[in-house]
Design a protein around this ligand. Structure first.
Ligand SMILES: [Zn+2]
Length: 271
């Protein structure tokens, strides 16, 4: 009981500090507290993985920030993380961490794989998006490689972004080693599963971003963006489904990454 209380207090202090540093908004800090507590209760080995994801997000976002400011998408996506960021990125890992507190030990490995895989895909996607912004050539649409899009456009991919997604997923696998060892998953397997699911997750993210995600054209300035409101007016939808935004795409793709992780892990167990 004391461990739980100390852990919870520690998480609350961390979230308040993140708010103080401008990394989280008020709603972001309030929604990060339960995510932090539940992952910490699952075990510090679980918690360090989500912490690593936040670190990757923070470092890649800050990297060459001035250069990225020149592209308009950055301001729309940057700044303090709000509750919607926390929920879209934190829901699936939190659910896995929460269930791990009750589930029978023999199923724990699957929950852990789901947890690591969903985080891996978000870390991969964040790194790919942020590093793609500084790539000297504009991104190309994943569904039509001849189609060049504005940096930051959902569904746009760059070679550097794709390489970053693979590399970052592999490092998530490295950070996941301590937790994997506790449930007898070997080092090679956890790195492979994290890399595979992170890569698959960011591909799914790009495909959904290029197809399902709502894209609008501003009636005033003609800019094409993911924002319904531009120049103070509601734009015309030119692609995708109106209510599916970037957060929802992240939410869906991290779930699929978790499932992809369990799938490839099960194949490994069967061999
Ligand atoms: Zn406009």
């Amino acid at each position: 009981m004391i461990t739980e209380i100390v852990s919870s207090i520690l998480i609350i202090i961390m979230c308040l500090s993140a708010y103080g540093l401008g990394m989280l908004s008020v709603s972001g800090a309030l929604s990060a507290i339960p995510v932090g507590i539940v992952t910490m209760l699952a075990g510090p080995e679980w918690f360090i993985i989500i912490l690593y994801f936040l670190l990757v997000g923070s470092i890649t976002t800050k990297y060459k920030k001035d250069l990225k400011k020149q592209t308009f998408m950055v301001q729309e996506k940057g700044g303090a993380r709000r509750w919607i960021n926390i929920i879209s990125n934190g829901f699936w890992p939190s659910l896995a961490a929460f269930l791990s507190l009750f589930i029978h030990i023999s199923y724990l490995e699957f929950l852990y794989i789901f947890y690591v895989s969903s985080i891996s895909s978000m870390a991969a996607d964040t790194a790919a998006t942020e590093l793609g912004l500084i790539y000297r050539n504009p991104p190309r649409l994943i569904t039509n490689i001849k189609h060049i899009v504005v940096p930051g456009t959902s569904g746009g991919i760059t070679p550097i972004g794709t390489a970053a997604s693979i590399l970052v997923s592999a490092t998530v696998g490295l950070v996941a080693i301590p937790g994997a060892r506790l449930i007898a998953i070997d080092i090679f397997t956890i790195i492979f599963v994290a890399t595979f699911s992170g890569f698959i997750g960011s591909i799914i993210d790009s495909i959904l971003g290029a197809t399902l995600q709502g894209t609008y054209k501003c009636k005033v300035c003609g800019v094409i963006s993911e924002n319904v409101i531009h120049c103070g007016e509601k734009g015309d939808i030119i692609r995708g489904v109106g209510f599916i935004n970037n957060h929802m795409v992240n939410f869906i793709s991290s779930m699929f990454a978790g499932i992809a992780g369990i799938f490839v892990y099960s194949l490994y167990l069967l061999q």
